[in-house]
Design a protein around this ligand. Structure first.
Ligand code: TXA
Ligand code: MG
Length: 339
């Protein structure tokens, strides 16, 4: 199929592009669109045939449930049987935003959205294009990240096109996304909520609003059976081995040189501060702040996919705030941590 691409920079045509994209979604086809985290690959969440096209296009395992995207709290309420009081507070504080609520499903969404679970993940994305599109369609839109399964999530329309051109009906190009890492997934079916996937809304952010929040042990130690089915898969991976280096710049430099002596071409991913301490000609600088680093991480992973390198070495980053999500994604993408 030909993938139709709409450029939302074209302000005069925005409204008609949104209507066209909405019509394609309502007709049961797939359309990729920007959110504030990463691009999503959307389809009508109430239509099982439409939803199965997402799994086909991505090559995604069918036991991995999808997030339903809606524009308003009223639309969210239509998909679940009940909403605990703490979720009302979290919605007031963080929605629209990078936070996905796992709640008891009322069965409105197709069973392949929830992979047969009796719960559903729902979020209200904080991106003007996503919100316009979701208001226009007025149906819940199931949308995983718009990448081939196992690859880094897309943070630009070109990332989506490189992975999915010819496999999806449309792509709304709204420029680069902001946060750059997927939403925080929080299980809200218990008295105390549990973070299943760290993301744009941090544990600290959540606790400032509702007090104690638990973290799924599968995230902390990588052991046990993660409750978020997606967390068990090797994810976000570039096609070259990725190592995380814990240590100072002298140790990092030694490792680069050791690899070069074995005739390995090395790509380096690190913060701007670290980059100035290294002497190497193939460094992707992720940025100064942790927010910038989160935002450019997936582009960095994809960048080295196109380079002739034999190994990518990434600086280990501090694990507070958004750093939790950054290190979670890096660990899942990497083969080994070098200390
Ligand atoms: O930021 C995001 O969340 C992006 C954008 C497009 O919204 N979407 C995204 O979707 O990252 P995906 O499919 O790549 O990740 C969804 C995660 C998976 O780890 C999945 O297992 C989990 O959410 N999930 C979805 N429904 C669930 C449920 N009912 N119970 C537990 N985990 C669930
Ligand atoms: Mg994904």
């Amino acid at each position: 199929m030909t993938t139709k691409r709409w450029n939302m920079n074209d302000i005069d045509k925005n409204q008609s592009y949104i209507k066209e994209a909405a019509g394609i979604l309502q007709a049961g086809q797939t359309v990729a669109f920007p959110t504030e985290t990463v691009y999503g690959l959307g389809a009508d969440a109430t239509n099982p045939q439409a939803v199965s096209k997402i799994f086909q296009a991505k090559g995604r395992p069918e036991d991995n449930p999808l997030i339903a995207h809606v524009a308003t709290k009223e639309q969210l309420q239509r998909l679940v049987t009940s909403i605990p009081a703490y979720v009302d507070k979290l919605i007031a504080a963080f929605s629209p935003g990078p936070l996905t609520f796992i709640l008891p499903s009322n069965g409105i969404c197709a069973s392949n959205v929830t992979a047969g679970l009796d719960t559903i993940g729902v979020r209200i994305p904080n991106h003007p294009v996503a919100l316009q599109l979701l208001k226009e369609v007025d149906i819940p839109i199931a949308a995983p990240s718009a990448n081939i399964s196992g690859k880094p999530s897309p943070t630009t329309a070109d990332h989506v096109f490189n992975d999915l051109e010819g496999r999806i009906a449309g792509l709304v190009d709204g420029g680069p996304t902001g946060v750059g890492l997927e939403s925080t997934v929080i299980d809200c079916t218990q008295e105390i909520p549990v973070i299943l996937r760290p993301g744009g809304v941090t544990k600290e952010n959540l606790e400032s609003v509702i007090g104690h929040v638990l973290v799924d042990p599968g995230i902390i130690d990588g052991e046990g059976k993660p409750k978020s089915p997606g967390m068990k898969y090797k994810h976000y991976a570039p096609e070259v081995p990725l190592w995380i280096f814990e240590g100072d710049s002298n140790g990092f430099q030694e490792l680069i040189e050791k690899e070069q002596q074995s005739n390995h071409r090395v790509g380096v991913l690190c913060s701007n501060q670290f980059a100035v301490q290294l002497s190497h000609d193939n460094i992707y600088q992720l940025g100064d702040s942790m927010e910038e680093i989160a935002s450019s991480l997936y582009d960095g992973l994809r960048y080295f996919k196109q380079q002739a390198v034999d190994v990518i070495i990434c600086e280990s980053l501090p694990e507070s705030g958004i750093g939790q999500a950054i290190m979670n994604r890096l660990r899942k993408a990497s083969d080994s941590t070098i200390t």
